[in-house]
Design a protein around this ligand. Structure first.
Ligand SMILES: Nc1ncnc2c1ncn2[C@@H]1O[C@H](COP(=O)(O)OP(=O)(O)OP(=O)(O)O)[C@@H](O)[C@H]1O
Ligand SMILES: [Mg+2]
Length: 171
């Protein structure tokens, strides 16, 4: 077991799940998403965990879920948008082929919409997205071996850019 072939990080709605599934298909491996792992284990949505228990509690679950998935999964792995806030997680990621999917604020508003269950963007999404990214941009860059800008690219084009950046060949 050498860990995932690709680990995708980046803000909410940037396309980690969409592109991750495409990449897994192209590489002939399975896709895994730590947010989905947490929802399955907890039997409730991320937004409900935030509301019921608070963000620190969720971050604790996330830290454990990421460590487990990095050790147990050898396909394509997507992390939740805030996973890189944890220093232990960032240290673990140093050993893995991490790609940061980025986008600008207008693209973010388009992709996340205004009516989805995004607990960190509930009010004034533009301002909140800017503040989130000011706090996180550096952390995404710090853990990433490559950065792929997704603005104006289709999911297929983003997937190809990820393969190119990591010098991976399709199955
Ligand atoms: N390159 C792209 N161009 C246009 N729309 C995209 C692109 N990638 C993803 N989308 C759309 O943006 C939305 C969010 O994508 P997705 O759920 O894959 O993001 P995510 O990073 O997994 O988000 P989350 O952090 O919430 O899990 C979806 O509606 C998806 O279809
Ligand atoms: Mg996702």
């Amino acid at each position: 077991m050498t860990g995932p072939q690709i680990v995708l990080v980046g803000p909410m709605g940037v396309g980690k799940t969409t592109v991750g599934e495409l990449l897994a298909e192209r590489l002939g491996v399975t896709f895994r998403d730590t947010d989905a792992d947490i929802v399955a284990a907890q039997g409730r949505e991320i937004s409900d965990i935030f509301v019921d228990e608070g963000e620190p509690y969720f971050r604790g679950l996330e830290k454990a879920a990421v460590a487990h998935a990095l050790a147990a999964h050898d396909g394509v792995l997507a992390l939740g948008g805030g996973a890189i806030l944890d220093g232990t997680t960032r240290a673990l990621l140093g050993a893995h082929p991490v790609v940061y999917l980025s986008m600008d604020v207008e693209e973010a508003v388009k992709r996340t919409g205004l009516n989805q269950a995004r607990p960190l963007l509930a009010v004034n999404p533009r301002k909140q997205w800017r503040e989130l990214m000011d706090a996180r941009r550096q952390l995404y860059a710090e853990v990433a071996r490559a950065v792929v800008a997704t603005d104006g690219r289709t999911p297929d084009e983003v997937a190809q850019a990820v393969l190119d950046a990591l010098e991976l060949k399709e199955a």
